[in-house]
Design a protein around this ligand. Sequence first.
Ligand code: NAI
Ligand code: MG
Length: 398
Amino acid sequence: MAKRTIVALPGDGIGKAVLDETIRVLDAAGFDAEYVEGDIGWEFWKSEGNPLPDRTIELLKKHKIGLFGAITSKPKDEAFEELAPELKEKGLVYSSPIVGLRQLFGLDICMRPCHTYKGNPLNFIRRGVGDAIEEPLVDVVIFRQNTEGLYGGVEWTNPPTQVYDALMTHPKFKKNFGSTPKEEISISTRIFTKKATERILRAAFEHAKNYGYKSVTVCEKPNVIRETSGMMYKRALEMQKNEYPGIQLWNTNIDAQMMWLTKNPEDYGVIVAGNMFGDIVSDGFAGLIGGLGFACSAQFNPETEIGVFEPTHGSAPKYADYETSIVNPIAMVESACMMLDFIKENDMAAKIRKAVAEVVSEGKVRTYDMMKMRGQADVVEKGAASTQQMADAIIAKL
Ligand code: NAI
Ligand code: MG
């Protein structure tokens, strides 16, 4: 019997291609697992009116570890149009199955590492002293709170009277918005809880401690967003002082951080932020190390040890129907390495990362993004590696 059962969630578009190739890499590395496929995504919305069927939730409850490709999401009206005719009368409303998974399983820790591979032609370069060209080594891990904050979904246009009346008790609301008609007001809340804030901070500090990073940077905006960002920074100060004195605590504002990350990205180690700022800063760093073909992520609940591992990219529908898949599987392969680390198969993860590093630094096999080509069906004819060829190259190194 295989040692582990992994729930394979291909989803839509290119999700299946990158996941299939990644499973081949895992097999070649000797990872002893069996894969059960979980249904998720647009196809199931269209045919069943539910992009996250209960049977998929049951699979994850049972096996705890999901490897996820990507899904397609569309705006509300378009989603309704594509629903099977017999489902149209049922009053169904589309909502993202990823957000659903996060909330259902409390996958509140999102981890997004961004590190440069030597020889990656997509690495960020900058000018140094004189006319020197510098290629800073980036090794950053972003911890993003994954369930609350501005993406928590507590929002209104034309808020109910109780909400409006409560807001009117706040002097600033009354002064700045009190004369605007209620129907003309839209509100999206930014709620942070102490528990979730402490969990994401602890995950960040623990990672810094376990992997030898010298600093944890809280990347928020406590000087302006005093209550939520302020709470995160204040708790971080206390934690650093009482529990992690060996790790430096830095404090940056999200706006300034987006400027600094091109100026001195090599200075940062672990970064921790709320949901939206974590989303922003992780995309910023991903851009320095090769973009969507390289950006991987993990989301997990440290108590239940349920985790879903996925590339940051989406389903890239325009490439989905190519006869030969052209997208870069490295982001998905790296996400699988994060899964291996999570289940304590660290040696296996290291082995795969080393193989990827060798392929990238050799530079013989490169997908279209690494060759700075426009993504089109003929890129393979023009010398770019296909998804499968990239996986083959990694497997050859293993
Ligand atoms: P996307 O990430 O799917 O694609 C954007 C562009 O990035 C592509 O056209 C392609 O040029 C490039 N790209 C993406 N993955 C790549 C890879 N592995 N290798 C090389 N190049 C790659 O984002 P887009 O086009 O905004 O969204 C498409 C669909 O995906 C939408 O329905 C969106 O809602 C969904 N989406 C799903 C996500 C998820 O499953 N977690 C995340 C982001 C978007
Ligand atoms: Mg994003």
